[in-house]
Ligand binder design. Sequence first.
Ligand SMILES: [Zn+2]
Length: 470
Amino acid sequence: MIPNLSPVDALVEAKAVKAFALSDRVWEMPEVNFEEARSSAAHAELLRAEGFAVETGVAGMPTALIAEAGRGGPVIAIMGEYDALPGLSQVAGIAEQKPLAEGGHGHGCGHNMLGAGSLLAAIAVKDYLAQRGVAARVRYYGCPAEEGGSAKGFMVRAGLFDDVDAALCWHPAAFTGVNRPFSLACAELQFSFSGRASHASSAPHLGRSALDAVELMHVGINYLREHMPSTARVHYAITDAGGSAPNVVQAFAQSRVLVRAHSLSEMWDLVSRVGNIAEGAGLMTGTTVERKQISGDANLVASPGLEGALHAVLERLGGPDFDATDDAYAAAIQKTFSTADIAASYGRFGLRPIKGEALSRIIYPLGAGSDHAVGSTDVGSVSWVVPTVQCRVACYAIGTPGHSWQLVAQGQAPAAHKGLQLAAKAMANLVVELIEDPALLARAKADHAAFRAENPFENPLGPDVVPALP
Ligand SMILES: [Zn+2]
C-alpha cells in the first residue's frame, strides 16, 4: 500500500472509484481528434456533479472544456486529455491482438487514464480547498485532440492560460518519474496539388499529374534529410492519391507533411524549405500547389523548480502498488514483445533491464533519459506561457510500444487504475504544495519570466490556423 503522507492522499482515495469508472467508460467509447463528444461530456458530467463550474466548447472547439473550483488566490491548471487513435480497436484484458470492433478506434496512448487521473487530482484539490478554506483556484482543462490537433495551442492562443500561475499534466507510461522536458516543436501541413486529368494512354501529353507532384515532393524531402539538423524529423502521408485508376492522369492529390525540430525557429526554417520543395514539384509537373497548416506545437520549456518538487513528491509516495496478479498479466503481454522492445523501454530512461520484471515499481532518477529525442506534444505551447510540469506514471508492462494494441488491451486493467491514482496523488500533492508554499510558486514564476525575457515566444498557430474540426 502507498502510505498516506498528506491529507490530500486520502481525498484522492475517497474519489478514486469515480475516476476509474470514468477512465473505463472513456476507454469503452474511443473517439478520435475533435470527435470526443461523449468522452468530453462524461468529464463535464462528473465535474458538475463534483461542484465545478464547467464551461464547454472553449476556444472554438466543441469538445474542449474548462472547469473551475475554489475562490481567490493562485490559479493552478491540471490538464487532461481523452482522445483515442484510429484503427486500434482491441479487446481489453487479453494478451493477443483481437479487435473489439473491426476498423474501430482504440485508446492506444492511454488518454482515457490521462483525463481521468488529472480530473481525480482536480477533485481532490477542490475538496482540500473546501475543507481548509484556503484561497486558491484549481482549474481542470479538458483538452481534446492531443494526437495532432494542437488543442492546447488553440487554448493558449485564446488566452485561456493567461491568468494561470502553474500548469500540471501527466502521461501513462511503463516507468514512473519526472523528465527534464525534451520534445520537438512541430507543424503539420497539408499540400494539395491540382493538375489536369486525361486518358493516361491515348492523351498522356494533355494530362498534368498531381500524383507525380506528390511523389516528387516526397523525393525532394528525402534528399533534404541529409542536410537538416540531426534532431529534426519530417514525416509524410499521402491522404489523397487521386483515385484508384492507373489509366487516368490524377488531377488532384494531397499529402500531409509533419515537420519537427528542436526549436520553433529551426522548425519554421524547415517548413519553408519543404514549401520550396513543394513549389519545385509543382513547377516540374505543371501543377499548382496549395498549402494549409493543420496544427503546430512548440517544444517544451523546462521548469526546474517544479520538476524537482514533483520528483520529490513521487519519491515520497513511492511507485505504484502493483501485485502478483498485475505482474502476471503484464508478463503475458510482454511475451508479445521482442527483447529489443523491452531493452529500448529501459534504455529510454537510462535504466538497466531487470530480467523477469514486468511492471516497474521504482521512481527513476530526476531527468533520467531526458536527452532522448521524443515526439511532440501540445503541452509544449502551454509551457511557454505558464510554468508547466509533467510526470510519467507506470500503468502498463515494460516494453509496451506507444500507439499499440497492447497498450489498448491494458487500458482497463487494475494496474492502469493504480497508475492513474498515483498520478492523481502526485499532482494533487504538488498543487497543495504550490498553494501552501507561495515561495515555491513565486520562484517557478520568476524563473519562467526570466527565461521568457530571453526567449520570445510566438505561438506556432498563427491567426489563420483553425482547429481541424470534423
Ligand atoms: Zn499521449
